[in-house]
Ligand binder design. Structure first.
Ligand code: NAD
Ligand code: DAU
Length: 372
């Protein structure tokens, strides 16, 4: 596809979606981007401020559960490319309230596929070329032991949380639309992302916020669980490669080749925050409740808490296929990506205070007691 595309980005006001919209509008300024987002607690228009003024950009406040809205957009905008991020994405929430995950992640994905089929395949006036790119997760593969090889695209699906099961179901639906209706689809399964605009319910931003506001750093279980971390812009680069070069009908794993135990991440984060406060005494004035503001070690806040139910022990991605076939390679090391993230969080207090002001607080107080 070389002509300018009309790209519908679902979930574009969320963490990865917003980073992707910024990335894509810089790389492909002649493409039109239409963001469709329900603005749940995780979606925030502030994430899109830097692209909002562009002529080739439109934001639609709408839900992928609303078939009429999707139909109207597909037809009215003559969409030829869908990049599907919209999802309920937090594992802990899926343990407490799985229904929203089935609605958005399964039914919502099916709604998009049905609309795409109607406008791209069943209609005589569909676009010359089309693509449905589905953004998925490594959690569909289940959990690994210490000596297991990393997940490849051939690893059998074994989702363990309601979130992972809902994403697995959506992956299968996307696959089936290729096989049954000939829809041009690609899927990427990615490991844990981190970076700017990540809602502070996920490990890294939550720990940074708690550390600078002097709150406990809750490490689940014994902290030995392992995740494979990827800087969000590297994920966007990977999706770009899949969209532009990936084989239609194929799935690609995207990862950082960067496994860390949770406790090591938290310890590293504490050291980096101590160093940041030592290097810049304005931080102490700005965040007076941080232990580091009083010369104490941030690690004093580490608190081991009750483990997550069904907590997957280890994820690791083998991205060989994306590397060899698409030339994908992450550009950030964990050190550089983490420093960018920490600096962004320290400079964007207004952002994280604002996004945490809403329903997230109510949900936390409803589902977690102080000693959980
Ligand atoms: P997020 O929770 O930050 O954002 C989700 C976005 O989807 C929000 O803007 C929200 O308002 C929107 N949304 C939710 N329900 C909707 C609905 N019914 N209709 C329209 N919009 C809706 O999520 P994220 O971390 O940016 O993840 C984006 C995608 O990437 C998800 O599909 C997730 O499964 C996948 N993924 C995430 C990670 C990660 O580490 N965060 C890793 C791999 C894959
Ligand atoms: O692997 C990709 C997945 O990564 C994505 O599909 C999900 O959308 C995304 O949320 C993420 O899932 P995780 O459950 O791995 O991310 P989370 O940040 O919630 O947790 C990371 C690890 O840290 C996990 O082992 C649980 C642990 N943890 C998390 C929180 C929020 C803690 O120990 N304490 C915490 O407070």
């Amino acid at each position: 596809m070389t002509a300018a595309r009309k790209v519908l980005v679902t979930g574009g006001a969320g963490f990865i979606g917003a980073n992707f919209v910024r990335y894509w509008s810089e790389c492909y300024p002649s493409d039109r981007i239409i963001v469709l987002d329900a603005l749940t607690y995780a979606g925030n228009l502030a994430n899109l401020e830097s692209v909002a003024a562009g002529d080739n950009y439109r934001f639609v406040h709408g839900n992928i559960l609303d078939v009429a809205t999707i139909d109207e957009l597909m037809l009215g905008e003559q969409v030829d490319t869908i990049v599907h991020f919209a999802a309920e994405s937090h594992v802990d929430r899926s343990i407490h309230e799985p229904d929203a995950f089935i609605q958005t992640n399964v039914i919502g994905t099916n709604n998009l596929l049905m609309a795409a089929r109607k406008h791209w395949i069943d209609s005589d006036s569909g676009p010359a070329a089309h693509l449905f790119h589905h953004v998925s997760t490594d959690e569909v593969y289940g959990t690994l032991g210490p000596d297991d090889p990393a997940f490849t695209e051939q690893t059998l699906y074994a989702p363990n949380s309601p979130y992972a099961a809902s994403k697995a179901a959506s992956d299968h639906l996307v696959r089936s639309y290729h096989h049954t209706f000939g829809m041009q689809v690609t899927t990427s399964n990615c490991s844990n992302n981190y970076g700017p605009y990540q809602f502070p319910e996920k490990l890294i931003p939550l720990m940074i916020v708690n550390a600078v506001t002097g709150k406990p750093l809750p490490v689940y279980g014994d902290g030995s669980n392992i995740r494979d971390w990827l800087y969000v812009e590297d994920h966007c680069r990977g999706i770009d490669r899949v969209i532009n070069q990936g084989q239609r009908g194929a799935t690609y794993n995207i990862g950082g080749n960067n496994e860390w135990r949770n406790i090591d991440i938290v310890n590293q984060l504490c050291k980096s925050i101590d160093a940041a406060f030592e290097a810049d005494d304005q931080l102490a004035a700005h965040f007076p409740d941080a232990p580091a503001a009083g010369g104490k070690k941030t690690e004093s806040l580490i608190t081991f808490v009750k483990d997550r139910l069904g907590h997957d022990w280890r994820y690791a991605i083998d991205a060989t296929l994306a590397e060899s076939e698409l030339g994908y390679k992450p550009l950030e090391s964990f050190e550089s990506g983490f420093q960018l993230t920490l600096n962004w969080m320290l400079q964007n207090e207004m952002w994280w205070r604002a996004v945490m002001d809403g329903s997230y607080r109510d949900w936390i107080s409803k589902n977690y007691s102080a000693d959980d």
